[in-house]
Design a protein around this ligand. Structure first.
Ligand code: ACM
Length: 575
């Protein structure tokens, strides 16, 4: 018989044991979490094993396929470690510790176009993939398994370059993982664009949508129409109410602007291709054409003087569909654009076209009668369908913003949804890229406390909302899911005049979006993203990339505070 006191002792003892057990368990979880790799975007499957692979000056990089990827990896490793690792085809460098890149096309069925396997043991770090893109992404993961200092742009000493032993199988959820940059409202140099591309690649993003043309400036050299850049690339001042010192993009005559020569474009396209990023050029039409029409007013209708900031904020400069020469001009421009960009898509804009100029123009009205077009929306659709034929004739696919659905969607067009239309287009069998204002506009405020942030265009897009984004519209029937190609973040630059400011708006939100587009939906976990973000911030520090530090708070917890009365000059300094 057990006494009551003994029973009590037993219960206490059991409770104590359970508590110690719980404590041990929690400590083990904490230790595991501390050692758990911090890869962004989170890989599909990862098993962490005991032991490490140590990178030393004796490590060799060998490849069977993927020579360019192996060399790029060696270059990156050399910057921070100072190790000049030999790179050679497999078997010509028998060695003790090797990083291997193995191209295995027969893995296509299991890993897909961009997937890879990464196996790290104490002696070998082996990346296997069916494509060179997969090898490249495997190498990006390998870099993130190393200490954050690996991303330093100069040699660092005193770091143990260890990679934990892991088995990773990974492939992206979506084929379109994008970022759009508006270089029209504010100009960013070729070097700045390349820096952005390098950071995109680290996040396994693969589409750079280059918004080259808008009311604020024409940024791409077109040989047949030199005034597009000699006139259209420049304006009197930085505009948008910003300080003159918020930017350094001034020409020798003190005017604001700049453009890319065709050689610049070829260089950037090659730089992106080496990082498995496709560039989608955007040539805005029929609206947002003020810069083009400042140079060639004969192709426009109903526009005012070329001025910055735009008078009244309305983009009145639109192309005239009633002038046949407008189409010749656009065809010539698109011919040069198609030759410069090897990708599948040309983005023709199509958004926010004010219809009043066409309504008030006799030639446009008689064209509508002749073609049996009931309203200006149908005229817009007629315009875009003509442009689609040109684009298709150059072997490209037309991509346009939500509004290209107005008045009837062009036959083969792909839609970029910013204000809806994605569901409708995908259910009709069109491909769609999701880029809704609600989740993807990286020019919006990151905190409710606007007063603590640089002036932004408006809106509110905290990190948590980006993390919660689901690109597939809820109502979309499963058989149409494959038409949702993926998603992209958009950086409009009305109030973003320099690189430091641009990076602050992009990061860490773009890292969250990379995870939305790459990682399986089931593994999405905001707390775990924040855990990994701590290390990721150190990577960005090493890369010299500015970002909104998480110690500033989540943005959702802030009390709403409006900025002060004269807010627009409150930008991040260009210095
Ligand atoms: C857009 O934001 N006007 C596409």
């Amino acid at each position: 018989m057990v006494s009551a006191a003994a029973k009590y002792d037993l219960v206490i003892h059991m409770k104590l044991k359970a508590n110690i057990g719980l404590l041990v368990f929690l400590l083990a979880v904490a230790a595991f979490a501390a050692n758990e790799p911090t890869i962004i975007p989170q890989p599909q499957k990862m098993v962490v094993k005991d032991g490490v692979f140590e990178l030393t000056p004796k490590t060799k990089i060998t490849y069977a396929g993927g020579e360019a990827e192996a060399k790029l990896l060696a270059e990156k490793l050399c910057e921070s470690t100072g190790f000049k690792l030999p790179v050679a085809p497999i078997s010509s460098l028998p060695g003790q510790c090797e990083i291997l890149l193995l191209l295995k096309p027969d893995k296509l069925e299991t890993l897909g176009n961009e997937g890879y396997e990464l196996s790290v043991t104490q002696k070998f770090a082996t990346i296997t993939a069916p494509t060179t893109a997969g090898l490249f992404y495997g190498a990006q993961t390998l870099l993130q398994l190393l200490p954050p200092e690996i991303f330093a742009t100069n040699k660092v000493s005193g770091v143990k370059w260890e990679i934990p032993c892991v088995e990773i199988t990974d492939s992206p959820r979506f084929p379109w993982r994008g970022l759009m940059l508006d270089v029209s409202r504010h100009f960013f140099t070729k070097q700045e664009v390349e820096k952005l591309l390098a950071v995109m690649a680290l996040h396994k993003l693969n589409v750079f949508h280059w918004h080259l043309v808008d009311d604020g400036g024409w940024r791409i050299e077109i040989k047949k129409y030199p005034k597009l850049t000699s006139v259209g690339a420049w304006r009197d001042g930085v505009g948008f109410g910003l300080d003159t010192n918020s930017t350094t993009a001034y020409g020798p005559d003190g005017r604001y602007g700049g453009f890319y020569t065709q050689d610049d474009i070829r260089e950037v396209v090659a730089y992106a291709a080496a990082r498995h990023i496709t560039i989608v050029p955007e040539i805005e039409m029929p609206g947002h054409a003020l810069a083009a029409l400042a140079a060639y007013p004969e192709f426009g209708t109903g526009f005012g003087p070329f001025c910055v900031p735009l008078k009244g904020g309305v983009n009145r400069g639109i192309y005239s569909p009633a002038n046949e020469q407008t189409f010749q001009f656009l065809d010539d421009v698109l011919t040069e654009v198609a030759q410069l960009f090897p990708g599948k898509y040309i983005h023709i804009g199509g958004d926010e076209v004010p219809k009043a100029p066409w309504k008030n123009d006799a030639a446009c009205q008689s064209l509508m009668k002749r073609e049996g077009l009931k309203n200006e929306e149908e005229l817009q659709s007629w315009f875009i369908c003509r442009v689609e034929k040109m684009v298709n004739a150059k072997g490209k696919t037309l991509l346009g913003w939500s509004e290209i659905l107005q008045g009837g969607l062009a036959q083969n067009a792909t839609v970029m949804d910013w204000i809806g239309g994605g569901y409708e287009a995908a259910s009709r069998g069109h491909d769609v890229v999701m880029s809704p204002k609600t989740h993807c506009y990286l020019d919006f405020y990151q905190s409710r406390n606007r007063a603590a942030e640089p002036h932004a265009i408006g809106g509110f897009l905290p990190l948590q909302t980006v993390n919660a984004f689901e690109p597939i519209p809820a109502k979309l029937a499963p058989e149409f899911h494959q038409h949702i190609l993926g998603a992209q973040g958009n950086i409009w630059t009305e109030y973003i005049a320099n690189m430091k400011h641009l990076e602050y708006m992009a990061f860490p939100r773009l890292a969250a979006l990379a995870e939305v587009t790459w990682s399986p939906k089931e593994t999405r976990n905001y707390d775990d993203f924040l855990r990994r973000l701590k290390t990721h911030e150190q990577r960005l520090d090493q890369l010299g990339v500015n970002y909104r530090k998480f110690t500033l708070g989540d943005g959702t917890d802030a009390t709403p505070v409006k900025p002060e009365a004269k807010p627009k000059t409150k930008s991040i300094s260009s210095q």
